[in-house]
Write a protein that binds this ligand. Structure first.
Ligand code: PBG
Length: 324
């Protein structure tokens, strides 16, 4: 047999495979999402996300220290208030739980980028990402001033970056203006540029004690569509997004790759709660091997174009990568 082309030559030993690997995960690529809940004395497990906690302010600091020691690239913070109302008042309370959590992170791990979630859904009693009109539809333009106020509150609390995850038209631009006018010209915006109305967010609802009835299909994107994702990404970059995100992760690698080809800003991918829980559940049942599956999932997200990966496994995976 005379075969000139033998692709297997490049796969023959671990050392050769290591030499020719095109994609390498690094702890600095990874961002850990954290949940801080008002009124908790101790961390409380999230049933639908085994291994992930709702944090008190004290346990939040502990988790942040651990994450920093593991060498991860940044933290993302979601806040859950006790009091929810129609306009999400607690979202703009400078002493509210999210601002308080941001302050704790900024004090505990001052070197780490802190991305504060900029959305109302954890704060509204109806669970939507904006305020409602008389017919209970999410009112885009009435929501924007709420986001502007929230952006400034979070920046003042010490957020390095705000994560505009509300999927309202124009939110990146109005938040950029509000931040600049308040003197926060260096506060970055991570735009949830291509954000789909996904069933994979299911477990997150428990993580933030969501009161949502119905769905977000009038503001988040239809999973059937790819073209509008590029439109959304272009709009956000034009409005001043410093980083653009595609969300969820694994089911949307085509969108991620197209986004990476389109923009000249860093691209992030959010491997969301349902993706986490599916792998954890299958691994807990012995149906798949946990560690290789997690590493493969994150490597594939990076290969598809993400230089930043938001994942609930961030600290643990960073630890594995350090061992190697
Ligand atoms: C909205 C938001 C959601 C997630 C992150 N930010 C929920 C939603 O859009 O319905 C989901 C993240 C996950 O599932 O891990 N603030």
């Amino acid at each position: 047999m005379s075969l000139v082309q033998r692709p297997r030559r490049l796969r023959q030993t671990p050392a050769v495979r290591r030499l020719v690997a095109e994609t390498r995960l690094h702890p600095a690529d990874l961002v850990l999402p954290l949940f801080v809940v008002e009124g908790l004395d101790d961390a409380r497990p999230i049933t639908a996300m085994p291994g992930v906690m709702q944090h008190s302010l004290a346990s939040l600091a502990e988790a942040a220290r651990e994450a920093e020691a593991a060498g991860i690239g940044g933290l993302m913070l979601f806040g859950v208030p006790v009091h929810k109302d129609a306009i999400g008042s607690e979202a703009t309370n400078p002493d509210g739980i999210l601002a308080a959590g941001v302050r704790v992170l900024a004090e505990t791990v001052p070197q780490l980028p802190i991305i504060a979630d900029l959305c109302l859904d954890e704060f509204t009693d109806h669970g939507h990402c904006g305020v409602l009109d008389a017919e209970d539809r999410v009112n885009n333009d009435a929501t924007l001033p709420r986001y502007q106020e929230m952006a400034v509150v979070l920046a003042r609390a010490g957020a390095t970056m705000v994560g505009t995850s509300g999927a309202m038209d124009g939110q990146v631009g109005v938040c950029r203006t509000a931040l600049d006018q308040a003197g926060f010209t260096d506060t970055m915006i991570m735009a949830y540029a291509a954000k789909y109305a996904s069933a994979f967010y299911g477990p997150f609802r428990e993580a933030v004690d969501s009161s949502l009835q119905g769905d977000r299909r009038s503001y988040q994107q239809d999973p059937a569509n790819a073209i509008e994702a590029i439109r959304e990404v272009r709009l956000d970059v034009g409005e001043g997004a410093d980083i653009v995100m595609v969300k969820p992760g694994l089911p949307y690698l085509d969108i991620l790759a197209a986004t990476a080809a389109e923009v000249t800003v860093p691209v992030a991918s959010y491997v969301v709660s349902g993706e986490y829980s599916m792998i954890e559940a299958a691994a807990a049942n012995g149906w798949i091997s946990r560690r290789p599956t997690i590493l493969e999932a994150l490597t594939c997200v990076k290969r598809a174009g993400a230089s930043i990966i938001v994942t609930y496994w961030a600290t643990e995976v960073a630890g594995w990568l350090k061992e190697n």
